[in-house]
Design a protein around this ligand. Structure first.
Ligand code: HEM
Length: 304
């Protein structure tokens, strides 16, 4: 059995909490022990609020994963996030990611409190970000987000490592926060913004290929390799506060780190020198990290 952790496949959840943390020196065994108990904790919350459809995943960075896996072939692609595009994309790698999502922010909060209490001072929290779905699945930039996300049976194909691999049921996770400058964005009319995204703002129709500029977002991320689309599963949600920072909490899962990385390299000018126009007119990347998210069975049976 190799079951993906419960934030990887579900579609259209309305709220999330993402916590990134570092392991306190000498406490990795305690972290592993707590991870083994998380399934029972999640189950208690689910049975109390079944309508929330709670999901929870824990991912591990390259710095600690080798001590937790049972076999060198598990999560073999994992590596630290590196800065990209001459500092346009900073690296803020931490040891552990905790991703909670559901149809209820309240349910997420109650689970997050219990998860952090279970880890206690074995973890030092470095960042906590809350995301929530907006009207018509649009971002604060006004565009529908998620249209071309794989659906239904495509999701395990692209999102989860398949059997008989040693790490079947696992996924790679990329977290990257994008802080929007909505005043700058508002200086462009809808047509100009649509050319930057590659879809029409009002009706979400894809613009014809010839309307794409080299830096159009879709031209940067809609990639093919040997005729195969480099697909990923996006679980991103808008984040932030009305009076302060807000933007997109980009969350992507994939069976291969390669697919996510190729899209990032393309956005940040590291493939053909063109950078994504979103970075010039809308958004600044303020974090970036990679994690390996093992199957539920492996999470309950970590080494260490
Ligand atoms: C400021 C940050 C970003 C914003 C505002 C943004 C927004 C959007 C929007 C509006 C779409 C079109 C609708 C859709 O299919 O979802 C889209 C598509 C997409 N984005 Fe982003 N995105 C951002 C960052 C990223 C990053 C960092 C990646 C990957 C590394 C990425 C990968 C994709 C992919 C794969 C698609 C679908 C392409 C296709 O097959 O048509 N995006 N994005």
């Amino acid at each position: 059995m190799s079951t993906p952790q419960s934030t990887v496949l579900p579609e259209n959840m309305s709220a999330c909490i993402v916590i990134e943390a570092d392991v306190t020196a000498g406490r990795l065994a305690d972290v592993a022990q707590t991870c083994r108990q998380l399934a029972a904790l999640l189950e208690r919350h689910r049975s109390r609020q079944p309508q929330a459809h709670l999901g929870l995943a824990v991912g591990f960075a390259a710095g600690i994963w080798p001590q937790l896996r049972r076999n060198d072939a598990e999560g073999a692609e994992i590596k630290p996030f590196r800065p990209l595009g001459n500092g346009l994309a900073p690296a803020t790698q931490h040891d552990i990611a905790i991703h909670i999502q559901s149809q209820s922010h309240g349910a997420n909060m109650l689970l997050a409190l219990d998860v952090l209490a279970a880890f206690g001072d074995a973890l030092q929290v470095a960042d906590e970000t809350h995301g929530c779905r907006l009207f018509e699945d649009r971002g604060y930039d006004g565009f529908v987000d998620g249209t071309e996300n794989p659906t239904d049976e495509q999701r395990p194909r692209y999102g989860v490592i398949a059997a008989p691999a040693a790490d079947a049921g696992g996924s790679y996770l990329m977290l990257q926060k994008y802080r929007h400058d909505l005043k700058r964005w508002a200086k462009l009319d809808d047509a100009a913004q649509s050319h930057i995204i590659g879809r029409n703002k009002a009706d979400d129709e894809e613009l014809p290929g010839e309307a794409r500029l080299p830096g159009t977002h879709l031209a940067r991320v809609d990639l093919k390799e040997n005729g195969e689309g480099l697909k990923i599963i996006r679980q991103s949600l808008p984040y932030g506060t009305a009076s302060g920072e807000h933007g997109l909490l980009f969350i992507a899962y994939c069976a291969r780190l390669h697919n996510i990385e190729q899209q990032l390299l393309s956005m940040f000018g590291e493939t053909d020198g063109h950078t994504d126009l979103l970075l010039e007119h809308l958004s600044t990347a303020v974090s970036g990290s990679y994690y390996f998210v093992p199957s539920e069975e492996r999470l309950a049976d970590l080494a260490g």
